[in-house]
Design a protein around this ligand. Sequence first.
Ligand SMILES: Cc1cc2nc3c(=O)[nH]c(=O)nc-3n(C[C@H](O)[C@H](O)[C@H](O)COP(=O)(O)O)c2cc1C
Length: 317
Amino acid sequence: MTRFDPKQLRNALASYMTGVTVVTTRSTDGTLVGFTANSFTSVSLNPPLLLVCPGNHLSSFDIFAKTTHFAVNILAEGQEAVSNIFAGSKEDRFSQINWTPDQFGCPLIDGAAAQFTCSLQNRVEAGDHHILIGQIEHYQASTKRGLGYCRDGYFSLSKERQSEAAAQGEQKFICGALIEYQDQHCLLREPAGRYLPAVELNNRSGARTSLLDHFNGLGLKVRIGPVYSIYDDVENGEHVTIFRATLLEKPALDEVELRTISQLSPDDFSRPVNADMIRRYREEHDHNQFGLYVGDAVRGEVHPSGGGGDGGKSATF
Ligand SMILES: Cc1cc2nc3c(=O)[nH]c(=O)nc-3n(C[C@H](O)[C@H](O)[C@H](O)COP(=O)(O)O)c2cc1C
């Protein structure tokens, strides 16, 4: 019997900041199970050992208590949804994510920062949890940063750093446009390849005017339409705003290349573009119904803009 209030004790322990993992296994009858865990600890390099602690409250506890193999997926920044699925979803968890089986059939989650395939080295019963010590048989690591967790919820180091950089005025403000000309789209060409017309601003305000000045300077007669995408590119420390725009006259510039929508591919840009944005643009263009994306380079929300074509509601920036 504990003499502590369990809620208060849990709160006190939760002030220890951790990463987030999803631990998975496959039962002898082929059932796949997994749960979100921050009880993960690296234990030993030689031999390579790690541990996780499944609690007896888990619906999958009996399976984990008998398993001989399991996988630990260290979630990457941006995988909060995956963590939430494995911490609570009552639906089939594995149909909601992309994964591949490891050599023992345990699910490895796509996009994780690192994945470890383990055979059980030891199991220790410890109060209402078991400690599973796994010998690492195989692992894969990426350069992605891990997702963080503490009492207040998830956190991302990139976002923390980004807001720090913004506070210190280090963030760059980039604004660009997806420019239509009749049924075609306008890219700029430079010796190294093609890029989406864009300009760096001195500060957050006046994006529309600065972009127009930039296009005028290039000799492009452009009407700037609604904002299409606003996102933080954490890796490059950039706050990016992309407008939809219309070219009013066929450009005489050699640097301007016109492409049909079906030819617009994220792979053709020499400077990185947000590939998801180009894909969304192609889809929405087919339905002439455009949304407004607000988020970061990997995660965000598309808000309906209330109309198609150039008549869409203009979001102000
Ligand atoms: C960030 C986070 C960390 C967690 N860590 C653990 C853990 O280490 N061990 C555990 O048994 N449950 C842990 N949980 C709770 C389980 O993930 C949750 O109770 C479980 O997925 C519920 O699964 P079930 O519906 O199959 O019982 C954690 C939850 C979260 C959100």
